[in-house]
Design a protein around this ligand. Structure first.
Ligand code: ADP
Length: 160
């Protein structure tokens, strides 16, 4: 079975990586799909987000990294993907994820949305939170790989 794990990955965190690690044990292929258009203004360009995802997952077997625009279910259909994968952290994720899953089911009743939970170490981290922590002068080394933290610091410097 082939699953699509879509997201903004702005940037990729240990939470995303934890989820992908769990997924590769369950599915034949995990396609990590970096969204071209994201609602909020991204810190990183599509190329930068893609490069970081690829670098973070280099040693992982059974993973493919792609980018997509438009409806995620259209991408899934075109590429013979069976299901969408999303992460669930706190209850607070549920509302949004539920709405999206139901909307996607409306567009494509044959494509299921599946959810996995990360390790409790990553329950409370999000790309948004780590950007806030770094901007406030905190360390994010427990939440993202070294090279991601460096890229974030470079971004902060550039935008000063
Ligand atoms: P989006 O903007 O589509 O929510 P994200 O890159 O923020 O994109 O997240 C992609 C998916 O990864 C979402 O399903 C989100 O719930 C999940 N996710 C993000 N952070 C974590 C984490 N720490 N643990 C588990 N899942 C996570």
């Amino acid at each position: 079975m082939k699953v699509l794990y879509p997201g903004s990955f702005d940037p990729i965190t240990y939470g995303h990586i934890d989820l992908i690690r769990r997924a590769v044990r369950l599915f034949d292929k995990v396609v990590v799909a970096v969204a071209v258009n994201i609602g909020k203004t991204p810190w990183f360009s599509l190329e930068e987000r893609l490069d970081m995802v690829k670098q973070a997952l280099t040693d992982m077997k059974g993973v493919e990294v792609v980018s997509f625009s438009g409806l995620v279910v259209d991408y899934a259909r075109r590429n013979n993907i069976d299901a969408l994968l999303r992460g669930l952290r706190m209850v607070s994720d549920f509302d949004y994820e539920f709405q999206m899953a139901i909307a996607n089911r409306g567009f494509a009743p044959d494509i299921e949305t599946l959810f996995l939970m990360p390790s409790e170490d990553y329950f409370y981290i999000s790309s948004r939170l780590i950007k806030e922590v770094l901007t406030s002068g905190g360390s994010v080394s427990d939440f993202v790989p070294d090279f991601v933290e460096k890229a974030m610091k470079r971004k902060l410097e550039q935008n000063k």
